[in-house]
Design a protein around this ligand. Structure first.
Ligand code: CMX
Length: 440
């Protein structure tokens, strides 16, 4: 690969310098409807998608159908003796657009329970992978194996009328959501608990049963799972997992294919995988410093080392948010209530005091505040769920609620194939020289 790789590197280095210069001078020029800088730099600030289930405000954070996280915690139905919202209720809200009564939320629970049986070939597909496979890879393989069940794929091959697309999409979405906890728990028990699997408990709610199948029957862990599955469910439409699910779905790929694609995006370290990276980073800091409760000055030193090694501080920053993520705050409050003395949680809270001013001082980071991933791992570790490579799978199970409710809406509203225009740097240069304009 030597010569080819070297040539590519030389070309890429030169192009990087050239594009930087080009954007310095022409970044604010409009290329079609957007600026050149937006086209080159991740499409920030472009409103080009419709997602009905939730809306993100840069200062305030996420609202699901108009309701903030504290409002959801107050208004959504709870499990018996529980205080955290039932994610089934949030799914109802995202799908129907109205807050469910306890009976309506429990109807969703019933639908999911009745459809939760996972066919054996899905487990066989997971078992075919080496045990050291990352849990997210096992998860997506499990979802892809389940695609054999798709009503949408079957209906399409039999010639369904396009006005009816939404219906098999809806059926696939419900079945997929119903089965994901079992698939995820299977992966967890296979990889970390010697394949000692736990049967579902048909009397429990969706998240409570998930906690049970993972092997954590503590009542407050079940509450954590209900909160976790609620707050990670959706974050409007432009994030990588939601956008990918929508994009792939726009080709009329069925919900299994679309969701699996989205979860491959969630498995990236700048997105959902950041939750494992946070705990890995803290564990490495503890080991290096030889303490499980590092002082703020020690944390500051470690943060600076991370930055000077050219790495990001995981769990901090956001492409849209410009304040502390309310999903972080909800978890912080859970920690203060259930485990105020926990050393790892106290470390997470100390990091919150130390990191923002350091990131701010760099002058280039638009949001120095923590996101959802900065806190979730510490709560899980408290209950003994220390296998941090599994954390993104929890995020993925939750994210199904938002992206699949959205996919039902995509089909119901007949959204078309998504296909934005792209350009080459060569074409941009010709345009800047006034020679060619290919985007109009
Ligand atoms: N640590 C170090 N540098 C950071 C940083 C962080 N936490 N956040 C942003 N930056 C850097 C960017 O890498 C970029 O650097 P360059 O100009 O050298 O490329 C610069 O600051 C400007 O970035 P930005 O406009 O503020 O942020 P982006 O919109 O480009 O990126 C995000 C957003 C989330 C990818 C980024 O903040 C990040 O990498 N954070 C750490 C990873 C993380 O926690 N991801 C989880 C996000 C939530 C989720 O999706 O689950």
């Amino acid at each position: 690969m030597g010569i080819l790789k070297d040539r590519f590197k030389a070309k890429a280095d030169a192009a990087n310098i050239e594009i930087k210069e080009l954007l310095k001078e022409h970044g604010n020029k409009k290329i079609g409807e957007v600026t050149l800088a937006q086209a080159y730099q991740g499409m920030r600030g472009i409103t080009g998608l419709v997602t009905e289930t939730s809306l993100l405000d840069a200062q305030e954070g996420i609202r699901f159908r108009g309701y903030s996280i504290p409002e959801l915690q107050e208004k959504l139905p709870k499990a018996l003796h529980g205080t955290e919202p039932l994610p089934e209720g949030l799914f109802y809200l995202m799908l129907i657009g109205e807050l469910p009564t306890p009976e309506e939320a429990s109807h969703v629970t019933d639908i999911l329970q009745r459809r939760s049986h996972v066919p054996n070939h899905v487990f066989a597909a997971i078992d075919a992978l080496p045990i050291n496979t990352h849990p997210m890879t096992m998860f997506v393989v499990g979802v892809m194996a389940l695609q054999t069940e798709s009503y949408f794929a079957k209906a399409y091959s039999e010639g369904i009328n396009k006005k009816d697309y939404w219906e098999p999409t809806f059926d696939d979405a419900m079945i997929l959501i119903a089965r994901l906890p079992r698939i995820a728990a299977y992966i967890y028990r296979r990889k970390y608990k010697n394949s000692e699997h736990i049967h579902p408990n048909g009397l429990l709610d969706w998240a409570g049963n998930f906690a049970h199948m993972l092997g954590y029957d503590d009542a407050s862990f079940r509450e954590l799972m209900r909160l976790y599955m609620t707050i990670h469910a959706d974050h409007e439409g432009g994030n990588v997992s939601a956008h990918t699910t929508h994009l792939v779905g726009s080709a009329l790929s069925d919900p299994y294919l679309s969701y699996a694609a989205g979860m491959n995006g969630l498995a990236g370290p700048l997105h959902g995988l950041a939750n494992q990276e946070v705990i890995k980073w803290i564990f490495e800091m503890q080991e290096k410093l030889g303490t499980d409760l590092p002082a703020r000055e020690q944390i500051a030193e470690y943060v600076k080392e991370t930055l000077s090694a050219g790495k990001v501080v995981p769990g901090y920053g956001h492409a849209v948010l410009r304040k502390t993520d309310p999903r972080y705050t909800a978890q912080l409050e859970f920690g203060k209530k259930h485990m105020p003395e926990d050393k790892l949680c106290r470390t997470v809270w100390n990091i919150y005091e130390v990191v923002p001013p350091i990131l701010q001082s760099l002058g280039k980071i638009k949001n120095p505040w923590p996101n959802v991933d900065a806190h979730s791992g510490a709560l899980l570790v408290h209950y003994g769920l220390v296998e941090y490579e599994f954390y993104t799978v929890l995020f993925a199970v939750s994210r199904s609620l938002g992206v699949l409710a959205s996919l039902c809406w995509d089909r119901a509203l007949g959204f078309p194939l998504e296909r934005p225009k792209s350009v080459t740097t060569e074409a941009v240069k010709l345009w800047l020289e006034g020679k060619e304009q290919i985007w109009e």
